[in-house]
Design a protein around this ligand. Structure first.
Ligand code: KG4
Ligand code: ZN
Length: 341
């Protein structure tokens, strides 16, 4: 029932997060700490630093969330943690913390697949978006993941495409670094691109027109690197960087629109496209995706950004969805899996 409270924990990458939801999906407490500042000097997420940072702050964060929700650990109806895919050190910290709590309290433990959690987020009640009906298409584009997933029901997913090399956000971050922008580069690159001329540089459109729904970004990133390398330092002006950023962004937009179009063609019965992941914050990408969806008579659903990026509300919600679907909890021996699905 609605009074049963579920704790969710997320530690698969560089966000430490926990949340308490009631059985209806209402959020009773929501905590998140980003490690961006810890990793920025290295230009990317350092797994060992991430795991230690999760360990440093998770216990107090969970304590604070339980207090805020007005529940003691012993009264939780379920405890859920992301068990993969992700960075193994962080997964072990979060999942073992949850297992310890489950042992101490007797509450059932749920080992949540991070991609499943992203996939089901849009179904959380009370969001300012229409709730997608199954089957729908998920486009997940973040720093760590690039995937097109047919969501046919709770526990029923079919991956239609993924990246053959870099994740979409990783490509933004690497190109931003080439252009001298700070980490994480996606938002800064989008701002710079807004001043630039996207027609100035002819860059490759990765996978455009190829069969299937897979992505590839490393060739595009290399093309940008070659442009930068071929330009004398004196000519690396702000307008050069802005034009290159805009040209890169347009190439990504066109490639993504192409991939989405192909995935939709494979799912005639689907009425909605749900986007998730930090890259979905990009305005140019978002409007291109909305156009492709609309052209095909489907709607584009974007949950609020804080729930599109890594968070623990989605982890608790995935456990609630699984319980409602009659799925049993997981054994305490359930492993953490850096790669999963
Ligand atoms: O989902 P997310 O917050 O977390 C992880 O992947 O862990 O995604 C972060 C990624 C980063 O690569 C960041 O550069 C990218 O999303 N990103 C963007 C934008 N905002 C964030 N990429 C392009 N345009 C943006 N506006
Ligand atoms: Zn994620």
């Amino acid at each position: 029932g609605a009074a049963a409270l579920i704790l969710g924990i997320e530690t698969s990458c560089d966000e430490t997060a926990c949340a308490v939801l009631d059985g209806s999906g209402a959020i009773r407490a929501e905590k998140l700490a980003s490690q961006i500042a810890d990793h920025a000097p290295f230009g990317g997420v350092v797994p060992e630093i991430a795991a230690r940072a999760h360990l440093d702050i998770l216990p107090a964060m969970v304590g604070a969330a339980l207090r805020e929700a007005g529940v003691s650990a012993g009264n939780l109806a379920a405890i859920a943690a992301t068990a993969g895919p992700g960075l193994i050190g962080g997964l072990i910290v979060g999942a073992n913390f949850a297992k310890g709590m489950a042992i101490a309290t007797g509450a059932p433990f749920f080992a949540i697949n991070h991609l499943e959690a992203h996939a089901l987020t849009a179904r959380l009640p009370g969001l300012d978006v229409s709730v997608p009906e199954f089957p729908y298409l998920l486009l997940l584009v973040s720093g760590g993941h690039t995937a097109l997933i047919a969501v046919e029901g709770v526990g029923r997913y079919c991956r239609l495409g993924t990246t053959l090399d870099d994740a979409a956000g990783e490509a933004f971050d690497k190109v931003a670094k080439l252009l001298g922008l700070p980490y994480p580069g996606g938002p800064a690159l989008e701002r710079l691109a807004a001043e630039g001329d996207a027609a100035r540089f002819a860059l490759p459109r990765p996978m455009l027109g190829r069969p299937g729904c897979d992505f590839s970004f490393s060739g595009l990133k290399t093309a940008v690197a070659q442009r930068v390398a071929a330009t004398p330092p004196g000519a690396l002006s702000r307008s050069f960087a802005a034009d290159l950023a805009a040209s890169f962004q347009r190439a990504v937009v066109e490639a993504m629109a192409d991939r989405l179009g192909r995935a939709l063609a494979m799912m005639p019965g689907c009425t909605a496209v749900v986007v998730a992941g930090g890259v979905a914050a990009n305005g140019a990408i978002r409007s291109a995706l909305a156009n492709v969806a609309a052209r095909d008579g489907r709607s584009l659903i974007a949950p609020p950004l804080r729930l599109c990026t890594d968070n623990a509300v989605m982890v608790a919600w995935a456990a609630i969805e699984r319980m409602r679907a009659g799925s049993p909890s997981d054994p305490l021996a359930a492993p953490c899996r850096p790669r999963w699905m």
